[in-house]
Design a protein around this ligand. Structure first.
Ligand code: ADP
Ligand code: MG
Length: 636
C-alpha cells in the first residue's frame, strides 16, 4: 500500500466544498455519471479505431444503492485508469480544477454561486459534498506492466491511499460512503428522481436496480388457454440513449415527435402545434427540437420548458440569454457542446457564441414558420390563433424577427378572415385613408363587448381587425412604428363617422345656440369629471348618443396597467374618462329641444345617455336598475 497527500494549496478544500456548495449537492450524481459516460465513450472510440481489440461486451452503466452499508456506487465498463492515471487525473489535475473552482466560488455573491454550481466545474470532487469517504476501484483496458487494478481511497482529508487489488472486469467503480447529513441520497426514490432529471437522454444505457412489469408468459396459460399475464423483473434502464433530437429528421414522423414531446413532458396531454428540428454544425455545434405548445390563457406560466443539454447531459432548464426571450415560451431541448456552461449568466448573455446561437435559433424558427405558411396556408391559418402570441411577442421584442415575420404574420378581421400585412394594406387602401393620406387600421380589442361599435364601423364599409390577445397593445404600437404612414384606432375611440378623419364633414341641422343648449342639458345629467360632452354632425341614421374612449388616453392607461407607459405611467392611477358624443343631426335632438315638459325632457336625456353607456358596458349597479325601471315606465 502507498499513501500520499493530494497536492493542496488551499489548506483544506473539503470543508469548503461541503459548506459553500450547499445549494446544489445533488449534482454529484450527474458528475459521476457523466465521467462514466465519458470513459465508456472513449472505449467505444478506441474499439472503433481498432486500438482496443477485445469484445467490449455490455457497456451498461450501473447505479447501485446499498442502504445497509450506506453506499452509493456508480459502475462503468469504460476505459478504467492505471495507478499512474489516477495519480495524474485524480490527485493532481482534477484536484487543482476543483481547487480553482472553489477559489472562484468563494468570492462570488450567493446569486452568482447559484449560477455557477448548476453548471460544470467541480467534477469528481463534488462527490465529497455528500460523502465521508470515497473509493475508486478501477481496472484499465490497457494490457501489460502497470495495468493492475487499483483502489484509491480518501476520507475527505488531503490524505489518500492507493493500492493494488484484484478486480476481474475492466472499468471503474466509484463507491460513495454517504455522510449523515446526506442520507436522502440513500433513498431509492430520490436517486430515481435525480437520474430522471439529469440522465434521461445520456448516450449509454444506465441501469438502476430492477423494475417489475406485467407480461404475457410464453409457457404458462390461463384458464381460457390464453398466455398468462405474469410479473417479470427486469433491469430498470432509466434513459433513452438515442433521443429523437440526435436522429435524422427524414427518418421521423409527426407521431414520433409527439411521442417524444410526451416523453419530455409526461404531465402534458395535448399534442404540440408543430416542431422545429435544429441541426447545426457550423459555425457551432447544436442539435435540438423546439415545440410550439398549445398556449394556455396565461402564457406567462409556460416559461422554462426548454431543457439545455451538453452532449446529452442535462444542464439546466433556465435558458434565459441563450434563446431569444420570446422563444422561452417554446418547449423542447437544445443540445450543444459549444455553449460555455461553467460560467455565470451575465457572462453567458454577453458571449458572442451564445449570441450567434440565439440568432440562429430565431432564424430557424422564422424559416420553419414561413415554410409552413407558404406550403400550406390553410393549415397555418387554422393554427394562427394559437401561435399568434409567440409571433407577436417576437415582433414586439426582436427587430430582426420582425424583418422575417412580416411575410407570414397574419391579421384577422371580424369576419374571421386572415391577411398578411401587405394584403391587408392593399385591402383597405381605398376606403380607409384619411385626409392626410394616412392608412387607418381599425381594431377591436373585444368583439363581444364592442359589438355595436364594430357593427357601426362595418356599416360604414370599414374593415375591423380583431386584436384581442394578451400583448396586442404592444403589438399595435410596434406595427404603427413599422408601417409607414398609418395608424391604428380602436373601434370605440370615436363615433364611427370620425374613426377616419375625412375632409367631407356634414352640415349641422342645429343652430349654434341650439348646440350650446343641448350640450348644457346633457352636462347637467352626467359626472363632468368622467364624461366630456361634444356635439358632432353625423348622419340622420347614426345613433343619437355614443360613448367613446379617446385612443391616446386609453392606450396610455393600458400601457401603465401593464407596467409600462414610460413618462405616462402616472395615468394608470387616473380615473377613466370618456367622450359623450351627441349627434346633432338625429331627429331626436330636435325633438328634445322642442319638448316643453321638464320631466319628460330629463327622462329622455337620461334614457339616451343610459343607452349609450349600455353599449360600452358602463351601465352598472344603481344606474342600471334606474334604467330598467325607467324603460318599463316608458312601455307603460
Ligand atoms: P473532467 O471530467 O472535467 O475531466 P473530473 O473531475 O470529473 O473532471 O474527472 C477527472 C478525471 O478523472 C477525468 O478527466 C478522467 O480522466 C478521470 N476519471 C473520472 N472518472 C472516471 C471514470 N469513471 N473512468 C475513467 N476515468 C475517470
Ligand atoms: Mg467530469
Amino acid at each position: 500500500m502507498q499513501t500520499g497527500k493530494i497536492n493542496v494549496q488551499t489548506e483544506n478544500i473539503f470543508p469548503i466544498i461541503k459548506k459553500f456548495l450547499y445549494s446544489d449537492h445533488e449534482i454529484f450524481l450527474r458528475e459521476l455519471i457523466a465521467n462514466a459516460v465519458d470513459a465508456t465513450t472513449k472505449l467505444k472510440t478506441l474499439s472503433a479505431l481498432d486500438k482496443f481489440k477485445d469484445e467490449h461486451g455490455d457497456l451498461t452503466i450501473e447505479v447501485i444503492l446499498d442502504k445497509e452499508n450506506k453506499t452509493l456506487t456508480v459502475k462503468d465498463r469504460g476505459v478504467g485508469m492505471t495507478a499512474e492515471e489516477i495519480d495524474k487525473y485524480i490527485n493532481q489535475i482534477a484536484f487543482s480544477g476543483a481547487e480553482e473552482f472553489v477559489k472562484k466560488f468563494k468570492n462570488k455573491t450567493e446569486v452568482e454561486q447559484g449560477g455557477l454550481i448548476g453548471h460544470f466545474g467541480l467534477g469528481f470532487y463534488s462527490s465529497f459534498m455528500v460523502s465521508d469517504k470515497v473509493e475508486i476501484r478501477t481496472k484499465t483496458y490497457k494490457k501489460g506492466a502497470g495495468s493492475k487494478a487499483v483502489n484509491w481511497e480518501c476520507d475527505g482529508s488531503p490524505d489518500y491511499t492507493i493500492n493494488e487489488i484484484e478486480k476481474s472486469d475492466r472499468g471503474t467503480e466509484i463507491i460513495l460512503h454517504i455522510n449523515e447529513e446526506s442520507n436522502e441520497f440513500l433513498e431509492e426514490h430520490r436517486i430515481l428522481e435525480l437520474l430522471n432529471k439529469y440522465c434521461k437522454f445520456l448516450p449509454v444505457p444506465i441501469r438502476f436496480g430492477n423494475e417489475k412489469n406485467w407480461e404475457k408468459s410464453e409457457t404458462e396459460k390461463d384458464e381460457k388457454g390464453e398466455p398468462k399475464e405474469i410479473e417479470v423483473e427486469k433491469p430498470r434502464i432509466i434513459n433513452n440513449s438515442n433521443p429523437l433530437w440526435k436522429q435524422r429528421p427524414a427518418d421521423l414522423t409527426d407521431e414520433d415527435y409527439n411521442k417524444f414531446y410526451r416523453e419530455l413532458y409526461p404531465m402534458t396531454f395535448e399534442d404540440p402545434l408543430f416542431h422545429i428540428h435544429l441541426n447545426v454544425d457550423y459555425p457551432f455545434n447544436l442539435t435540438g427540437i423546439l415545440f410550439f405548445p398549445k398556449v394556455k390563457k396565461n402564457f406567462e406560466m409556460q416559461r422554462d420548458k426548454i431543457q439545455l443539454y451538453c452532449n446529452q447531459v442535462f444542464v439546466t432548464d433556465s435558458v434565459e440569454g441563450i434563446v431569444p426571450d420570446f422563444l422561452t415560451l417554446l418547449h423542447g431541448v437544445i443540445d450543444s457542446p459549444d455553449i460555455p456552461l461553467n460560467v455565470s449568466r451575465s457572462y453567458l448573455q454577453s458571449d458572442s457564441n451564445v449570441k450567434k446561437i440565439s440568432g440562429h435559433i430565431m432564424k430557424k424558427v422564422a424559416d420553419k414558420l414561413e415554410e409552413i405558411f407558404k406550403s400550406n396556408r390553410e393549415e397555418f391559418e387554422k393554427k394562427w390563433d394559437d401561435i399568434k402570441v409567440f409571433i407577436e411577442y417576437g415582433i414586439v421584442s426582436e427587430a430582426k424577427f420582425y424583418d422575417r415575420a412580416e411575410k407570414f404574420c397574419l391579421l384577422k378581421n371580424s369576419e374571421d378572415k386572415y391577411f398578411t400585412f401587405e394584403e391587408y394594406k392593399a385591402k383597405i387602401k381605398d376606403n380607409q385613408t384619411d385626409k392626410d393620406g394616412n392608412l387607418v387600421l381599425i381594431y377591436t380589442s373585444n368583439p363581444e363587448e364592442q359589438h355595436s361599435y364594430v357593427q357601426n364601423a362595418r356599416e360604414r364599409g370599414y374593415d375591423v381587425l380583431v386584436l384581442d390577445g394578451p400583448i396586442d397593445n404592444h403589438f399595435v404600437n410596434t406595427l404603427e412604428q413599422k408601417f409607414e404612414k398609418s395608424h391604428f384606432v380602436r373601434v370605440d375611440a370615436e363615433v364611427a363617422d370620425k374613426l377616419i378623419n375625412k375632409a367631407d364633414a356634414l352640415p349641422s341641422k342645429l343652430t349654434e345656440d341650439q348646440t350650446k343648449q343641448l350640450t348644457e342639458l346633457f352636462e347637467q345629467q352626467v359626472n363632468k369629471a368622467t364624461y366630456h360632452i361634444s356635439v358632432e354632425n353625423l348622419g340622420e341614421n347614426d345613433i343619437p348618443v355614443t360613448v367613446t374612449q379617446p385612443e391616446f388616453m386609453r392606450r396610455m392607461k393600458d400601457m401603465s396597467a401593464m407596467g409600462g407607459g414610460g413618462q405616462f405611467a402616472f395615468m394608470g392611477n387616473m380615473p377613466d374618462s370618456y367622450n359623450l358624443v351627441l349627434n346633432s343631426n338625429h331627429k331626436l335632438m330636435g325633438q328634445l329641444l322642442a319638448t316643453e315638459d321638464q320631466e319628460t325632457k330629463v327622462s329622455m336625456i337620461k334614457q339616451l345617455i343610459d343607452l349609450a353607456l349600455l353599449s360600452q358596458n358602463l351601465l352598472k349597479g344603481e344606474a342600471l336598475t334606474g334604467f330598467i325601471k325607467r324603460s318599463v315606465d316608458i312601455i307603460k
